[in-house]
Ligand binder design. Structure first.
Ligand code: ADP
Ligand code: ZN
Length: 436
C-alpha cells in the first residue's frame, strides 16, 4: 500500500533537525513552566537549577521528575500553567490504578493532540474515503474524543459510537460499512467474537484496519484479532497526562510505535535509580511535553516499561519507535518473588489455542503466594469429558510454569463465564493487597 503521512515534513524530518526543534521548544517550555507552575519551580529550585541551565535536549536529564503522586497531590489546579479562562476542556484518567488525574487543555493543545491522532489514522491507510468507527469511550476518558478529533482532521466519516451496546456497534458497522475500527484490543476481540456468534465471517465486514490501544496487549492477541475481524490491527499509545492517545502510533510495519517527537521527548530510565539508560535498554518511559500550554508536564514518569529504538523504519518515518509496553511497573505482580506480567500469561494462553478471556487471582495462603488462572474453554472443548479437561488444565499449567518459572493452578471454565470488557479489561485480582 502507498505510504501516506498526515504531516510529512515532521514525520520524516531528519534526526538532527528534529533534535534542534526539540531543543528550541524545550528551552521555551521550561521557561513557561518556571514562570507559571510554582510547584515545579520549587522542584527545580530544590535541585539547584534555573531555566538558564537548560540549553537543549542534552540538558534534559538535569530536570526533576514528575510522578503520578505529584499529580494526585496537586489535584486539581497545582500543575496548571495557564489561566483557566484560556482552557477549554478537561479530560481525566480512567482511574485504572487509583485516584483520577485531571488534565487541562487550551484550544491549541486540543488541536495538536488531534493532529497526533490524525497521524495515527493516516499511518494505517486512513483517508477521507474511510468510515472511522470510534468505539472508545467518550467523555472524561481520552480515547473517544482523541480519535474522534483525529478522524475529523483526516476527513473520515466519523461514527462517534462510544463504548458499550455491542448490538448497535454491529448494526452500524455492517449498515454503514465501517472501514477503520478504534477501540481497546479487548473490546475488538469481543466484537470479533460477537460477529462470529451472529454468523458473520471475517470477510463479511468492510473493516480494513483497527487502531487499538489504551491497555497492554500481546502480539498473539494481535494475530487473533486480525484473524477474527479480517483486518490489520495497529497499536496506539498515550496517556491522559500527556494529552491522550496518539503520543505514539504504529505504521504499516507493525513493529513498534512512532513517537510524536515534535511534541514529546521520550527517555528510558532505570525505574529504581532514575538513571537515564541508552537507546535499546528496557526501562520506564519518561515523557516531556514540549508544546503543551495548559498542562505541560516535564519528565513525567509513565511507569510503562518498554524499549526505544531509532532503527530505520520501512515506512519512511524518522520518529523514534517505542516497543509495545509490556505492562506498567504497577501492573507487575511479584509472586513468590518472581516478577509476573499478565501479558506473559496471555501470550501462553493464545499460543495454546485459548481465547484471551482470562482472569488472574493472586492470594497468600499460609505465607505462600498462590496464583490461580481462570481461562474459558473454547465451545469445541466444552463437550470434553472431565478427564480430558483435567488433562488440558495440567498442560496449560505446565506451559505457564515454563514461561514464568512458577506454577499456577489453572481452572478451565465454561465459555462466556468471564466478564467481557467494553473499555480497559480488568484481568487481575490481587487479594494480598488491601487497596485497588
Ligand atoms: P489510567 O492510568 O487510569 O489507565 P489513562 O486512560 O490515561 O489512565 O491510561 C494511560 C495508560 O494506559 C498508559 O500509561 C499505559 O499504561 C496504558 N496504555 C495506553 N496505551 C497503551 C498501549 N498501546 N499498550 C499498552 N498500554 C497502554
Ligand atoms: Zn514506520
Amino acid at each position: 500500500m502507498e505510504q501516506r503521512y498526515y504531516q510529512k515534513d515532521i514525520e520524516t524530518m531528519p534526526y538532527e533537525q528534529m533534535r534542534a526543534l526539540q531543543s528550541e521548544r524545550l528551552v521555551k517550555q521550561v521557561k513557561h513552566v518556571w514562570d507559571n507552575v510554582p510547584y515545579y519551580r520549587s522542584l527545580m529550585e530544590k535541585k539547584g537549577i534555573t531555566p538558564e541551565d537548560i540549553k537543549g535536549v542534552e540538558d534534559l536529564h538535569k530536570l526533576p521528575f514528575l510522578t503520578k503522586d505529584d499529580l494526585r497531590d496537586q489535584y486539581p489546579y497545582g500543575l496548571l500553567a495557564k489561566d483557566l479562562k484560556d482552557c477549554v476542556r478537561i479530560q481525566s484518567t480512567s482511574g485504572t490504578t487509583g485516584r483520577r488525574v485531571v488534565a487541562f487543555y487550551t484550544q491549541h493543545d486540543i488541536d495538536l493532540w488531534e493532529d497526533c491522532c490524525a497521524r495515527a489514522i493516516t499511518a494505517v491507510g486512513g483517508t477521507n474515503e474511510d468510515v472511522c468507527h470510534v468505539a472508545y469511550g467518550y467523555g472524561l476518558f481520552t480515547g473517544g474524543p482523541g480519535l474522534n478529533g483525529g478522524s475529523h482532521k483526516v476527513g473520515c466519516l466519523t461514527l462517534p459510537m462510544s463504548s458499550g451496546n455491542t448490538e448497535r456497534h454491529i448494526q452500524f458497522m455492517m449498515d454503514l460499512k465501517s472501514t477503520i475500527l478504534c477501540c481497546t484490543p479487548s473490546y475488538a476481540a469481543y466484537i470479533g467474537e460477537a460477529l462470529k456468534e451472529r454468523g458473520y465471517k471475517p470477510e463479511d465486514n468492510s473493516l480494513k484496519a483497527g487502531i487499538f490501544g489504551a491497555e497492554p496487549w500481546t502480539e498473539a492477541m494481535r494475530q487473533d484479532i486480525q484473524k477474527s475481524l479480517g483486518i490489520k490491527a495497529y497499536d496506539i499509545y498515550g496517556l491522559t497526562e500527556t494529552s491522550g492517545p496518539g503520543v505514539a502510533f504504529e505504521c504499516q510495519e507493525q513493529s513498534g510505535m512512532h513517537i510524536c517527537e515534535d511534541h514529546f521527548i521520550a527517555e528510558i530510565i532505570d525505574p529504581d535509580t532514575g538513571e537515564v539508560l541508552p537507546e535499546g535498554s528496557k526501562g520506564e518511559l519518561v515523557f516531556t511535553s514540549i508544546t503543551k500550554e495548559a498542562f505541560p508536564l516535564l519528565r513525567y514518569r509513565t511507569r510503562d516499561i518498554c524499549v526505544l529504538s531509532r532503527k530505520k523504519c520501512s515506512c519512511g518515518r524518522t520518529l523514534i519507535k517505542m516497543s509495545k509496553p509490556m505492562g506498567r511497573s504497577d501492573d507487575m505482580l511479584i509472586i513468590r518473588g518472581v516478577n509476573v506480567f499478565p501479558s506473559q500469561i496471555e501470550t501462553v494462553l493464545l499460543k495454546e489455542g485459548y481465547t484471551p478471556n482470562y482472569f488472574i487471582e493472586v492470594d497468600r495462603v499460609n505465607n505462600t503466594d498462590t496464583l490461580d488462572v481462570y481461562v474459558e474453554l473454547s465451545p469445541e472443548m466444552f463437550s470434553d469429558t472431565v478427564k480430558e479437561i483435567a488433562k488440558a488444565e495440567k498442560k496449560l499449567a505446565d506451559a505457564i510454569r515454563l514461561m514464568l518459572g512458577i506454577a499456577p493452578v489453572v481452572h478451565l471454565v465454561a465459555p462466556k463465564t468471564i466478564t467481557r470488557s467494553e473499555g480497559k479489561a480488568v484481568r487481575v485480582k490481587d487479594k494480598r493487597k488491601l487497596h485497588d
